[in-house]
Ligand binder design. Structure first.
Ligand code: SAM
Length: 230
């Protein structure tokens, strides 16, 4: 009976390919298979580090069908590395389901730490970091207003992920349902066109008046004006 494989949760860069640990590269090299949310993006990373490890797709719409195959792989005694399209697997992506299935089947699960967009954004925001809450993506329709109204009374910096298509709408909704709080938007962190906007929500909206927004965004909202100097 072969010993059981290990599921490695491997954090990868959120933009700049240098933002990866030596350990993550070693695990990606030594694992016989990498389950990747976006195999094309992962292959770019692998080729940058001259790694030839085989990849298999594992994303939102094939995750349920894929899990038995990946659990079989671990059962055969082989290790499996899990990567998301960027950052830390399990943060606003489908990695959770596979991690849960591996734990339920008594496999050893190890996390290889590395970047995540929300923490990278929070520490350069200038907003209080002593208490924060990560809310991921806001729902597009149902529950959106209620979720925003709830954060009004939260005594912490609140963090959201947002896409370029919805950034303007989300800022408008924050203004409407939460208020004109100090806030920070990080765009394209660690990439060529990285930008950080700091100001009241109403001021930040001015950055999105002309044409279609581009890139990836993290939005952070302060709990109040105290200790915030913009
Ligand atoms: N697992 C990832 C992590 O650890 O951050 C997050 C995956 S989630 C599907 C993708 C979202 O993360 C984007 O829509 C954006 O809100 C945020 N994001 C990822 N990379 C980013 C970057 N370089 N700059 C700003 N936001 C980023």
């Amino acid at each position: 009976m072969p010993s059981k494989g290990v599921l490695y949760i491997v954090s990868t860069p959120i933009g700049n390919l240098e933002d990866i640990t030596f350990r993550a590269i070693r695990i990606l090299k030594e694992s016989p298979l990498i389950a990747a949310e976006d195999t094309r993006r992962t292959k770019k990373l692998l080729s940058h580090y001259k790694l030839e490890t085989k990849t298999i797709s594992y994303f939102e719409h094939n995750s349920f069908a894929r899990i038995p195959k990946l659990i079989n792989h671990l059962n055969s005694g082989e290790d499996l590395a899990l990567v998301s399209d960027a950052g830390t697997p399990g943060i606003s992506d489908p990695a959770y389901r596979l991690i849960r299935a591996a734990i339920d089947s008594n496999f050893l699960v190890q996390s290889i730490p590395g970047p995540s967009a929300f923490l990278t954004a929070l520490v350069c925001s200038g907003l209080p970091t002593d208490r924060f809450i990560f809310e991921g993506f806001l729902p597009h329709k149902k529950g959106r207003k209620g979720k925003l109204e709830k954060i009004k009374d939260i005594d912490a910096t609140v963090i959201y992920y947002e896409s370029p298509n919805r950034i303007k709408k989300t800022l408008n909704d924050i203004l409407k349902y939460v208020g004109d709080r100090p806030a920070v938007i990080c765009r394209e962190l660690s990439k060529k066109f990285e930008e950080i906007f700091r100001g009241k929500v109403s001021e930040l909206l001015n950055n999105f008046n002309n044409g279609k927004a581009k890139g990836e965004f993290v939005i952070m909202i302060a709990k109040d004006d105290k200790n915030v100097y913009f």
